[in-house]
Design a protein around this ligand. Structure first.
Ligand code: GDP
Ligand code: ZN
Length: 458
């Protein structure tokens, strides 16, 4: 365990009226005391807050009026002594406070180091630590809910229960191997193990199914708008962005020829991707070819296929339907303010089970219905963040998939009549993989890498 005391600004820079400098470690209270004029922080009760002044010990100059919270371990986020100095947020004064704390002997915290300490000191498990990270990045309220649930340890509890079930079967088998003189042990073990592994298998599959929704909440529904030139694709993009507050407009790492907008549609984050290359149908089919455009579209979670109500359906339109078959799509019949020339029955036949929504984007008509259709498509009307355990973390999903494979190996082995102690190896492996989700069996380097992704001060 690190013994030194760390410090960082733990509120976003330049935002909010109050800024917090946080210290954690054995000497957190001592260091704070050295620059604090007011009550003696060494003698105050734990979890109390005190008004006073921060004074530069070298010049005796008053730097700031502050409120200082003193929280003694182990009932703190890091389980160490924690001091939070609250001040009025000006960038210069916060930096000055941090500087003074460092002068007293604190070390500047690495990104994510507070959370890392919480993990290493057993305050939270790894999936909870990752939830903190998700919380910081959450783009909508729903995504925030999911992260909070995970922080709450819901996923951890479920995973631990599954691990328990697996380890019990393994223990059972061990006993049988040690005492082979009992009758029917081999058969009993087989039976019990098959039952348990099937049970766990069902639960992991369910988690993975819900991971899709988790990914959507976390990263947004990646949405592509396609259609022939002039049908209203740009109008649709604008309508969605204007109706809803754009969440993020500049996405790091993307070039300007990919336009990405995040919008919040009924709590569902939509990531509108308007790639220059697939903006118009001519581009889609003629420039990059049917195969590649199909590939591009496959990466989208949702496709909005726009048609013109004022024109008869064209071969190109039909080609687009072929392109998106097997994908999640919604058809927009736009320009319903103009006389209908489109054969709606034919459109519905082409759309099959997929929703068809009429819009007159120029008059801002039909956007509500479109948004409802989107919500229905992904969350059967409403997002249930309450009772479900969403897995929204790529690393967790990866591990769940690997566990599922190991478990399937075990099940296959049993069906093939493999000796139970060999089957047990795969069951143990599943147990280990699940353990990596909650951090029981992860390596240090992975932990370092994970925590370095955090914002500073968290
Ligand atoms: P895109 O080429 O598919 O991106 O189409 P645009 O969004 O640029 O729209 C093409 C033209 O159709 C523009 O002049 C729009 O104003 C017009 N337009 C878009 N939506 C509607 C609509 O609902 N009704 C009518 N009458 N015109 C529309
Ligand atoms: Zn356009």
């Amino acid at each position: 365990m690190d013994k030194d005391t760390i410090a960082a600004i733990s509120t976003p820079l330049g935002e909010g009226a109050i800024a917090i400098v946080r210290l954690s470690g054995e000497e957190a209270i001592g260091f704070a005391n050295g620059i604090f004029q007011g009550k003696d922080l060494a003698t105050v009760d734990s979890h109390t807050i005190h008004y006073g002044k921060i004074v530069d010990p070298s010049s005796e100059q008053v730097v700031e009026e502050v409120m200082v919270s003193v929280m003694r371990g182990p009932k703190t986020f890091t389980r160490e002594d924690v001091v939070e100095i609250n001040c009025h947020g000006g960038l210069a004064s916060v930096n000055r406070l941090l500087e003074l704390a460092l002068q007293m002997g604190a070390r500047l915290a690495e990104p994510g180091e507070f959370t890392k300490r919480a993990f290493l000191n057993g305050r939270i498990d790894l999936s909870q630590a990752e939830a903190v990270m998700d919380l910081i990045r959450a783009k909508t309220d729903k995504a925030m809910d999911v992260a909070i649930k995970q922080l709450d340890g819901k996923l951890s509890k479920l995973i631990q229960r599954l691990r328990q079930e697996l380890i019990e079967t393994v223990a059972h088998v061990e006993v049988n191997i040690d005492y082979p003189e009992y009758d029917d042990v081999e058969e009993m073990s087989h039976h019990m193990m098959l039952e348990k592994t099937e049970q766990v298998h069902v639960e992991i599959e369910r988690l993975l199914q819900m991971a899709k929704q988790g990914k959507i909440l976390r990263e947004g529904i990646s949405t592509a708008i396609i259609g022939r030139p002039n049908v209203g694709k740009s109008s649709l993009m604008n309508a969605l962005v204007h109706e809803n507050k754009a969440i993020v407009t500049d996405v790091p790492g993307t070039t300007r020829d990919v336009i990405e907008e995040y919008v919040n549609v009924r709590g569902v984050p939509l990531r509108l991707v308007d790639t220059a290359g697939i903006r118009d149908t001519e581009d889609i089919v003629e420039k990059i070819g049917v195969e590649r455009s199909r590939q591009v579209l496959k990466e989208a979670d949702l496709i909005l296929l726009v048609l013109n109500n004022n024109e008869e359906i064209t071969k190109e339109d039909e080609q687009l339907f072929t392109l998106v078959q097997d994908l999640e799509f919604i058809v927009l019949v736009n320009k319903t303010d103009l006389p209908q020339k489109l054969d709606l029955d034919k459109v519905k036949a082409l759309a099959g089970e997929h929703p068809v929504v009429s819009t007159a984007l120029i008059e801002e008509q039909g956007i509500d219905q479109l948004e409802q259709a989107i919500a229905n498509t992904f969350f059967a009307g409403e997002i249930e963040a309450n009772d479900l355990t969403y897995v929204s973390n790529v690393r967790h999903i990866q591990l769940l998939k690997q566990s599922l494979i190991a478990l399937e190996d075990a099940m296959q082995g049993m069906r093939d009549g493999m000796p139970i102690d060999l089957v047990q190896i795969d069951v143990t492996r599943t147990w280990q993989l699940l353990g990596e989700i909650v951090g029981d069996t992860v390596q240090d380097s992975l932990i370092d890498q994970l925590f370095s992704q955090f914002c500073l001060g968290k």
